[in-house]
Design a protein around this ligand. Structure first.
Ligand code: EPS
Length: 401
C-alpha cells in the first residue's frame, strides 16, 4: 500500500512529507522532485509569495545512493518566507509582557477555513487554522506525487494535465492530445493548449487583478499507458473512480471532479455514452480497444487500458482584495473580511497538484494489484499479467484460446 502524509504551516519553518510503500530499487533524485515543484510554482496569476519561494526538496530518508530502499521516504521543503514570519509562527510561548503577535486574523474570509476552523478548534486567531489550510501544503503533495510518477513511469505510464477553463474563458480541447502532454501545456503561461485561449485567459486574469477579484477554473488530468485492471468493482472503497475523486476533492478549493463525460453523461442516452468494444492491439488493454473513451478510462471502478481522463473544477480563491462582508470575531460587528497577499488564480498549479494526487492513487493501485517489495518483483508481476492477457485472446481469431 502506498500512502503519504504531510505536515507544515504556510509560513512555518518547512513543509514535511512522508511517503510509504514505494518498492525498493526505484531511481529517485532530488532533481526529479524539484522539477515538479518548479512546475507547481508556475502560472500567470500567482502572487508575490511565488517570487519569495524557490522550492527544493531535501531527501531525509528512504533513498540511498539514488535508489529507494523500501523504507518511508521523508522529505523536507523549507519555506524561505519563514524568515519574515518567525516571530508570528514561533512555536515557543510568548512572555507574559510580550505584545500580541503580529498578523492576527479576526475578520474571517468567506470561503476560507477562517470561521469554521476557529469555531471547530476553539481558537481566537484564525491564523491558527488558515496557515494549514493554505494551498502551500500542496507543495508537499507534489513532492510525494513526483515519486509516484517515477514509479508509474517505470511502467510506461505518463501523467499530464492542461487547463481547459479559467474564469469565463473556455479553451477548445484538441481531439488528440499532444504527447508528452506537459511539454505542450507547460509552454503556456496558464498551461493551456490553445494559443488564443491562453491569451484570453491572461487578459481575464489581469482584469480580475485590476478588479481586485479572483478566478477559478477547470483542468483536465490524463494518464496514458495504464494497464487494464487497476482498482476493483467488488467494494465501494476499492473502486478507482471513488479513490481518484476523493483524492482530487481533497485539494484546497476543488469543488468538482468528473471522469470522462462526467455530468454530461447524465444528459445523453446510453447509446451515446458507452464505448463499443472491439479487438485492438494494445497490450495494456488486454488486446481490446475502443474508438471512443467517453468513460474516461474506467468501467466499474477498474481501469480499461484507455487513457484515464479526469476534469477538476476549482473555485475562485477566497482571499479577495475587495473583500466580502463578514463579522469581526473580536467586536462582533459587521466588517470587511481580511484582505492579505494572495494569488488571483492558482488554476495552472491545480493541474500539477492534480497530477500528483492521481499519480499517488494510481501508484497505490498498481502496488495493490501487483505487489512486490522491489521494483524487479513488481515488474515481473506486471509482465506476467500482461503476457497472460495477450496469450488468452488471439488477435486473429478474436476468440478466447
Ligand atoms: C495561499 C495564499 C498565498 C499563496 C499560497 C496559498 O500565500 P501567502 O499568504 O504567503 O501570500 O501564495 O500558496 C503558496 C504559498 C504556494 O506555495 O502555493 C492561501 O491562502 O491558500
Amino acid at each position: 500500500m502506498i500512502r503519504f502524509t504531510t505536515a507544515g504551516e504556510s509560513h512555518g519553518r518547512a513543509l514535511v512529507a512522508v511517503l510509504e510503500g514505494v518498492p525498493a530499487g526505484l531511481a529517485v533524485a532530488a532533481e526529479d522532485i524539484d522539477r515538479e515543484l518548479r512546475r507547481r510554482m508556475m502560472g500567470h496569476g500567482r502572487g508575490a509569495r511565488m517570487k519569495i519561494e524557490a522550492d527544493r526538496v531535501e531527501l531525509v530518508s528512504g533513498v540511498r545512493a539514488g535508489e529507494t530502499i523500501g523504507s518511508p521516504i521523508a522529505m523536507l521543503i523549507p519555506n524561505r518566507d519563514w524568515s519574515n514570519w518567525a516571530d508570528v509562527m514561533a512555536p515557543e510561548p510568548d512572555a507574559p509582557s510580550a505584545p500580541p503577535r503580529r498578523r492576527q486574523v479576526h475578520r474571517p474570509r468567506p470561503g476560507h477555513v477562517d470561521l469554521v476552523g476557529v469555531l471547530k478548534y476553539g481558537r481566537t486567531d484564525a491564523r491558527d487554522v488558515l496557515e494549514r489550510a493554505s494551498a502551500r501544503e500542496t507543495a508537499a503533495r507534489v513532492a510525494c506525487g513526483a515519486v509516484g510518477k517515477l514509479l508509474l513511469g517505470a511502467f510506461g505510464v505518463e501523467i499530464g494535465s492542461h487547463v481547459v477553463a479559467i474564469g469565463g474563458v473556455e479553451a477548445p480541447v484538441p481531439a488528440t492530445l499532444p504527447r508528452p502532454l506537459n511539454a505542450a501545456a507547460d509552454a503556456s503561461p496558464v498551461r493551456c493548449l490553445a494559443d488564443e485561449a491562453t491569451r484570453d485567459m491572461v487578459v481575464a486574469i489581469d482584469a480580475a487583478k485590476r478588479a481586485r477579484d479572483t478566478l477559478g477554473g477547470v483542468v483536465e488530468i490524463v494518464a496514458f499507458g495504464l494497464p487494464v485492471g487497476l482498482g476493483s468493482h467488488v467494494s465501494w472503497d476499492r473502486k478507482l473512480d471513488g479513490r481518484l475523486a476523493g483524492a482530487l476533492m481533497s485539494i484546497p478549493a476543488v469543488k468538482g471532479v468528473e471522469i470522462g463525460l462526467g455530468f454530461a453523461a447524465a444528459r445523453h442516452p446510453g447509446s451515446e455514452v458507452h464505448d463499443a468494444i472491439r479487438r485492438g492491439p494494445a497490450k495494456e488493454a488486454g488486446g481490446f480497444g475502443r474508438d471512443t473513451n467517453r468513460a474516461g478510462g474506467t468501467e466499474a471502478g477498474i481501469t480499461t487500458g484507455e487513457p484515464l481522463a479526469i476534469r477538476v473544477a476549482m473555485k475562485p480563491i477566497a482571499t479577495l482584495m475587495r473583500p466580502l462582508e463578514t463579522v469581526d470575531l473580536v467586536t462582533g460587528k459587521t466588517s470587511k473580511a481580511q484582505a492579505e497577499r494572495s494569488d488571483v488564480t492558482a488554476v495552472p498549479a491545480l493541474g500539477v497538484i492534480g497530477e500528483a494526487m492521481v499519480a499517488l492513487v494510481l501508484a497505490d493501485a498498481l502496488v495493490e494489484k501487483f505487489g512486490g517489495d522491489s521494483l524487479a518483483e513488481l515488474r515481473a508481476n506486471v509482465t506476467q499479467y500482461l503476457d497472460g492477457l495477450a496469450r488468452r485472446f488471439t488477435a486473429e481469431s478474436g476468440a478466447e484460446e
